[in-house]
Design a protein around this ligand. Structure first.
Ligand SMILES: Cc1ncc(COP(=O)(O)O)c(C=O)c1O
Length: 605
């Protein structure tokens, strides 16, 4: 028989705005698992939560007796209130304004000995301390649910975890990219973005500290090509470490950077003969824009100083790259800082094809707008920058190669550089090694990053035509390209890239990917039949569809549901996409399909 008590004690001496619920589980006289859960904004909120908590325990028919107490959180080392041994509590110990210490106190269940772990004492503010306590509460909540035992109506969440410590520590000190950090802490909110503590990676899988695994369906932000912990890339890096980890590339050179530059130039058929290196994608964009701008100055055309990009374009988030990025959420806050002389032109987005039109027709229409702009402003234009075939951050927006063919011809006619940003779509993603190859063209400047190092190390490179390089040769230093980053051409990163190119050559990856792309298409098919799925689309190893829903929280719901189904998938708005590492096998592609279907059902329920 289950026995429950109501809230047995409320500390009335609470003056502060914080409270805890303490729950104790008893079986007979034995306290089997006392634990604490929760920090709440105030006593009223804590009481309401306690009542809800009690009701859910009652509904769960737990075999244990529970006591639920509400008590002060902000107490100096106050351990009272929990009878018996096995206490497990978090104390937030405010010593002074802006100085908060956090303690984790445990009592050994068997011997009643206290083991206190001070896992964080610092000058953290109270808010950070609270976030840490909230993360700890999550751990405790998992603990009680696990103790309730599995029943089919209320399956138990995962057992207490090693993840929790890492999560708590991360939330206190790491500022994660592209994230409203509050969303990491807001469990229970539709905005909640769970933070994943990853312990290791193997092949297409990521594994957390509790040994839960997730298929990396988006290649860790589109970087990974041949799986995590790839033995061949690992071996190449180990070998490189024995000779040279880093040397500056200004005034020095080294074997990996020379070999990589030669091989990349060869991959462009010799069209792009010089390679300029940096670390991240956005830095490559900065370089390409500056190179084009400076080229025209050196060539006696300083008036050619404007840039063109496409609607929905994403080229990175440094201030220069933001100038050619047309994604409001990234750009708007910094718009006053960005270079004003850019123009956003219509995207050749195949979804914009009207009734009776083909994707190539939509591409021709967008090229018409480019033509009109260049006719009027070509003499002022330095370059057009495009993400060939797939505009990734816009939501895997795909277009017909026809646009690239026409854009190339128009740029030639109006003496405008064509910059291809293949940071996301290069290195075999779209089916050819470079996406632009599918249009039978070459750009004047080509930006690569992400997959070029196999997803191992930050490396980006701008390949350019020799004519551009030549325009910087002069006796004057001011006419040189005076751009540099400390880690430019890092030997380890270049070595990882060489190992990546070796795998392409040795394993005939592009051919193997054709089969994988067919398997991906087959996995996409049943999803395409879903009544709320729109515009299923695929280009090589990228597949996507849009979901017709008004739910502003769809992407978060889907993300969480996918994690629960062992898949790491981050929809962009209402666009769900797959961009898996090239090592996924048929079973893993099927897993991706099944996890996506389940996540879709849950997110739309
Ligand atoms: C097309 C494109 N360009 C540039 C970037 C920026 O690269 P990074 O994030 O390495 O700065 C990205 C990143 O997603 C991208 O997709």
């Amino acid at each position: 028989m289950s026995q429950h008590r109501n809230i047995t004690r409320v500390d009335d001496d609470l003056k502060g705005t914080h409270a805890w619920i303490v729950t104790v589980q008893r079986q007979g006289n034995k306290v089997i698992r006392p634990f604490s859960d929760g920090t709440y904004g105030g006593k009223k909120e804590a009481l309401a939560a306690a009542i809800a908590h009690r009701d859910s325990l009652l509904a769960s028919h737990s075999p244990f007796e529970h006591q639920i107490w509400v008590r002060s959180r902000l107490r100096r080392n106050n351990t009272s209130g929990v009878p018996g041994v096995g206490r497990y509590e978090v104390f937030i110990n405010r010593k002074a304004k802006h100085r908060t210490a956090i303690w984790l106190a445990m009592w050994d269940d068997e011997q009643g000995r206290r083991r206190t772990r001070k896992f964080s004492v610092s000058l953290y503010g109270e808010r950070q301390a609270k976030e840490l306590a909230i993360a700890e509460r999550e751990r405790q909540l998992h603990r009680v649910c696990a103790l309730k035992g599995a029943d089919s109506a209320n399956p138990a969440p995962p057992a207490p975890s090693a993840n929790a410590d890492w999560l708590a520590r991360s939330q206190v000190t790491v500022w994660h990219p592209c994230t409203q950090m509050r969303h990491h802490a807001q469990t229970g909110s539709p905005e909640h973005l769970p933070l994943l503590p990853i312990a290791r990676g193997q092949g297409a899988w990521l594994v957390d500290f509790d040994d839960r695994r997730y298929l990396d369906g988006i290649s860790s932000w589109w970087t990974n090509l041949f799986g995590h912990a790839n033995p061949r890339i690992n071996a190449a890096l180990r070998a490189q470490l024995k000779s040279l980890e880093h040397v500056m590339l200004a005034g020095c050179t080294h074997q990996p950077v020379i070999e990589l530059s030669e091989r990349l130039a060869a991959l462009t058929g010799g069209a792009l003969g010089h390679a300029f290196y940096a670390s991240d994608g956005a830095s490559a964009i900065e370089i390409a824009l500056k190179m084009s701008f400076h080229y025209w100055r050196n060539a006696g055309h300083p008036e050619k100083a404007e840039f063109l990009c496409l609607a929905g374009a994403y080229h990175g988030e440094t201030v220069g790259a933001l100038a050619v990025t047309d994604v409001a959420i990234f750009r708007d806050a910094y718009a006053p800082l960005t270079y004003a002389a850019t123009h956003v032109l219509p995207s050749p987005d195949a979804r914009l094809a009207e009734a009776g039109e083909t994707p190539a027709d939509a591409a021709r229409r967008a090229a018409g707008a480019l033509e009109q702009h260049l006719q009027e402003h070509g003499e002022r234009t330095a370059a057009l920058i495009v993400e060939p075939l797939v505009q990734g951050a816009a939501g895997m927006v795909m277009h017909d190669p026809e646009y690239l063919r026409l854009a190339r011809a128009l740029c030639d006619r109006h003496e405008v550089h064509l910059i291809c940003d293949e940071i996301a779509v290069g290195c075999g993603r779209t089916g050819t090694f470079f996406a632009h190859e599918q249009a039978g063209i070459r750009p004047d400047l080509l930006c690569l990053s992400k997959g070029i190092s196999g997803g191992y190390l930050p490396l980006s490179v701008v390949l350019c035509r020799d004519a551009i390089f030549d325009a910087f040769l002069d006796d004057s230093t001011a006419r040189a390209f005076l751009h540099s980053h400390s880690y430019t051409g890092n030997p380890l990163a270049c070595r990882a890239a060489l190992a990546t190119l070796d795998i392409f050559a040795d394993d005939d990856v592009l051919t193997a990917n054709r089969l994988r792309a067919q398997q991906i298409a087959a996995a996409l098919q049943p999803l395409a039949a879903h009544p709320q799925v729109r515009h299923p689309r695929q280009r090589g190893m990228i597949a996507a569809f849009d979901v017709a829903t008004d739910d502003p929280h769809f992407s978060r719901r889907f993300y969480r549901a996918a994690l629960d189904n062992e898949a790491l998938l981050r929809p962009i708005g209402n666009t769900v996409y797959w961009m898996p590492p090239y090592v996924v096998d048929a079973g893993e592609i099927a897993h991706l399909g099944a996890a996506t279907a389940r996540a879709l059902e849950i997110a739309l329920a």
